[in-house]
Each structure stands twice: as structure tokens, then as C-alpha cells.
Design a protein around this ligand. Structure first.
Ligand code: SAM
Length: 292
């Protein structure tokens, strides 16, 4: 069981406990400790930590520093030891370019980009889709992983941000794999599901857009992804807010989308058409493998 979730970075932590507190881990003698601690004490402690967190908000400014890990140091260790040294040059360039953009909090983190890149290679993905592009960090991670004739249908309501990253994607020589559609993704999916030939045609679909539509996306994507293919839903731990008590002081947008994320997580957990795996990478990603 998770006691506390630590989220650093520009999305700001929700329950940032003091550095000595246990995070995303079970305390050592957990069962005895937990039994002794009555619910009220636990609740008070969580709220106190959330309040502490409010004062710490904005402490971490590094772009892409999206982590639910035990400490900043541990996250930095991962980045510096295994992510940055192996990050392809164009991804580094795009990450640094995105860092200067005012909405940089939206970018996919470097460790998640590395994860997606390897995952796509592992499953030999060829035909893919991405909902929520922004400046294209996850898109580039995908494009670099696909074979020369691989395809990505990329959708976003904002073309301008995509075009900001496009020169880097072109320089990387992978833009020919991308078909960008500007506009809301849902009507496009509606059109696609009408045509039987699109059914079961995607190896991988990454969803990183409007959280209040994830369940609507799922209803359509389940037909479009192939049996044995994967859908990845991003932000399924939603800044750690999925374990927030009802009266926790959450940022407005976090509170608003939290219920949608909770609903999605519940629905995915009981969906017999998929196998799932929720990973604490970035802001949480749930992989859904279609089985029927
Ligand atoms: C978190 S960002 C995506 C980050 C991106 N995956 C990356 O690697 O940087 C979310 C994106 O979803 C887009 N978006 C929001 N609502 C959308 C919708 N209805 N259809 C398509 N895109 C949408 C936003 O414009 C924004 O660029």
C-alpha cells in the first residue's frame, strides 16, 4: 500500500512530506505501525504534509522533472545515470527548446520518453497513434523507435506548439512517419471507428491529452488497437492526487481532473478486454494490452 506519493517539478508536489518521510514505499514494520495508527491521525498527518507542500510548491523548476519517486536525488540519479547520457541528440534539443516554452510543464519527462522509446522497439510497433502532442517530445521518442516505414497519427488541438518542435523532428529525419491532425481527437476517432478497416490496426496508442475524455477515448481506441497491441494512458497517478483525502488542498485543475482519472483507473481495472499494468513512471502511465 502506498502511504505518500512525492511529486516534484513544475506540476508541484501535492503531498510533499519532509525528506525523511516514507514515500511511495511501505514502511519497514508497516503492518504493526499501520494498525496502531488510527484513521484520524493518519488523515491529520496527510493534510499537514499537503499544507507543508503548499509552501514548498514551485521549489523545483526543472522542466520535465516529473517524478513520483522517493526523493529528488533519486530521480536526478536516474536522469543523470541512465537517461541523459543515452538521450538521442534530437530529443535533448527538443527538451531544451521546450524548457523555454511557457507551458513547459506539459512536456513528457525524459525518463518516460526513454521508456516509451524502448517499449515501442520491444513490441515492434509500426502503426501508432498519439493523442496530445504539445511540442512533440513523446512523438519524437516514438518516431525514433519506429522502422523507416512506421506511422504515427498525431493529434492535438494546438498546431502552433507542434510546429515549434517540428524543425527538430525534421532534422532527426523522422517527420515522414508523422501525420499531424489539428483539432479535437474524439471526432476523428468517431470517424475512424465507422470504418471497419481501421479496426485492430494500431500496435500502440499513447494518450496524453484531456483527462476528462480518457474514458471516451478508451471506448473508441479499444476497437482501433489490435489484439495484443497496447494503449498507454498517461498521468494515471495525476500528481499523486489519486490518494488525496476529499478535503485536501489541491490545485484547481488537479482537483477537477482527479475524478476523471479515478474513474478511468477503476474502469480499466475491471475491463475484461485488456490486461493492465500501472507504472509509476513520470506522472503514472497505465499500459493496457488488448486481449480480446
Ligand atoms: C500534456 S500535453 C502532451 C504532451 C506531449 N505528449 C509531450 O510529449 O510533450 C497535452 C496536449 O493535449 C492537447 N489536447 C488537449 N485537449 C485535446 C483534445 N481534445 N484533442 C487533442 N489534443 C488535445 C493539448 O493541446 C496539449 O498539447
Amino acid at each position: 500500500m502506498v502511504f505518500f506519493i512525492h511529486r516534484t517539478g513544475p506540476f508541484a508536489p501535492l503531498y510533499q512530506p519532509p525528506s525523511h518521510a516514507p514515500l511511495l514505499q511501505v514502511p519497514r514494520n508497516s503492518s504493526t505501525q499501520r494498525r496502531e495508527e488510527d484513521k484520524e491521525t493518519k488523515r491529520t498527518r496527510i493534510i499537514a504534509m499537503a499544507e507543508q507542500n503548499q509552501t514548498d510548491a514551485g521549489r523545483h523548476q526543472e522542466v520535465g522533472h516529473k517524478s513520483l519517486l522517493q526523493s529528488d536525488a533519486l530521480y536526478q540519479y536516474i536522469l543523470e545515470t541512465s537517461v541523459y547520457p543515452r538521450e538521442p541528440e534530437p530529443m535533448k534539443e527538443l527538451r531544451e527548446l521546450t524548457a523555454k516554452h511557457p507551458w513547459n510543464i506539459m512536456t513528457t519527462s525524459a525518463d518516460e520518453g526513454q521508456f516509451l522509446n524502448m517499449l515501442l522497439k520491444l513490441i515492434n510497433a509500426k502503426n501508432t497513434m498519439e493523442i496530445g502532442v504539445y511540442t512533440g517530445y513523446s512523438l519524437l521518442a516514438t518516431a525514433l523507435a519506429l522502422p523507416e516505414d512506421g506511422k504515427i497519427l498525431a493529434m492535438d488541438i494546438n498546431r502552433e506548439n507542434y510546429e515549434l518542435g517540428l524543425p527538430v523532428i525534421k532534422k532527426a529525419g523522422v517527420d515522414h512517419k508523422i501525420e499531424f491532425k489539428e483539432g479535437p481527437a474524439l471526432p476523428v476517432l468517431d470517424e475512424m471507428v465507422k470504418d471497419e478497416k481501421n479496426h485492430g490496426s494500431y500496435d500502440f496508442i499513447f494518450v496524453d491529452a484531456d483527462k476528462d475524455n480518457y474514458l471516451n477515448y478508451h471506448k473508441r481506441l479499444i476497437d482501433l488497437v489490435k489484439v495484443g497491441g497496447l494503449i498507454g494512458y498517461d498521468n494515471t497517478l495525476w500528481n499523486g492526487s489519486v490518494v488525496a483525502p476529499p478535503d485536501a488542498p489541491l490545485r484547481k485543475y488537479v482537483r477537477y481532473y482527479r475524478d476523471f482519472v479515478l474513474e478511468l483507473n477503476k474502469a480499466l481495472a475491471v475491463d475484461p478486454r485488456i490486461e493492465i499494468c500501472m507504472l509509476p513512471v513520470g506522472d503514472g502511465i497505465t499500459l493496457c494490452r488488448r486481449i480480446k
